[in-house]
Design a protein around this ligand. Sequence first.
Ligand code: B12
Length: 315
Amino acid sequence: MVSIAEYSQEPKYTIKVLSDRTGVRPVTLRAWERRYDLLDPGRLDNNYRLYSERDIQVIRWITHRLDEGLSISNAVREYRGLRESGIWPEALPTVLAPQPSQAPRHPTSYYADQLFTALTGHDEAQAKQIVDAIQSMYDIQTIFLEVFYPCLVEIGEAWYRGEIRIATEHFASAFIRGILMNLLQAFPIYSEAPRLLIGCAPEEFHEIAPLMLSVLLRREGYQVEYLGADLPVEDLVFYAEDTSPDMIILSASFDESARPLYRMQAKLDQLPGKPKLGYGGRYFNQNEAARKDLDGIFLGTSLDEAVQNVHDLLD
Ligand code: B12
């Protein structure tokens, strides 16, 4: 048997080749890369990623564990555990290499692609059918992280490449936002449970992640109030004084949205209940240094981590 360590680290393959060689669709590979930080691809001048032979073997090892019934998060955990103990897993024999023509290996990535096609085709009826189908098959966390998230990332990239109109991006995000709002309202509100205010930092309009987090935390029994986009800090502090939340959770993608949060925990500390400030989002995922400077609590790079951290902080 050959260890994965014996494969070259030289970055030379595009995501298309990685996809063809592993049978995993590009949309799923990108989602895994963002979510699990699994590979560390090189970059071309135009910022395109380049992968090595070793990356190919890592993805093949992961997909083999998925075929054996592990969830992606458990497969990654197992891989990380091995690596932290200084062990490289054994590469799979080449004969097992999946062929590009095979059916999609992961049903959720298949649905992410289907939803992308329906939404970018403005086919709302079809998108609704897909959502109904996945709701009967998967739990909501899987739907959020493995269908909605990669679908939205792909929509963002298609917009960035100029392949879809702004109207299409708005249609798609409005559709998903609507589904999330319905889910939020379908869960009961427990008035005795810890109270959380969740929304977007000032000038932040990317609502979907904080809305997903609201659904996941309300599902866990927290008394969640979702406050939406672009919340001014001063007003939130007054509102916290009126309503005594245990925690305020804000999402920020950009520096301009993150900056006003730096003064916020000090203001909250002057209130009788001293509510905690929890934060996260694209900006903090990309700027580790910013997390150190902010007084509140960084809740993690992903929403599943955030749910766990809220439990640890409030229970
Ligand atoms: C839909 C969308 C919009 C919609 C949002 C509508 C709505 N109601 O939410 C609208 C049209 C408003 C919009 C506007 C803009 N957008 Co936009 N948008 C998107 C898109 C396609 C999807 C966003 C989304 O919901 N993603 C899914 C969620 C689940 O992922 P996420 O937000 O990244 O959150 C993850 C983590 O960051 C984290 N997280 C997020 N919040 C929190 C909070 C906590 C507490 C924790 C723990 C974790 C956490 O967990 C999530 C899951 O892992 C993305 C593409 C993408 N890659 O995401 C672009 C994208 C984010 N947008 C982008 C840009 C550039 C803009 C605009 C500047 C465009 C413009 N010129 O107007 C404006 C900025 C508006 C503003 N000031 O906020 C860029 C950002 C690039 C960058 N520098 O990082 C992206 C990546 C598109 C791209 N490929 O270039 N956008």
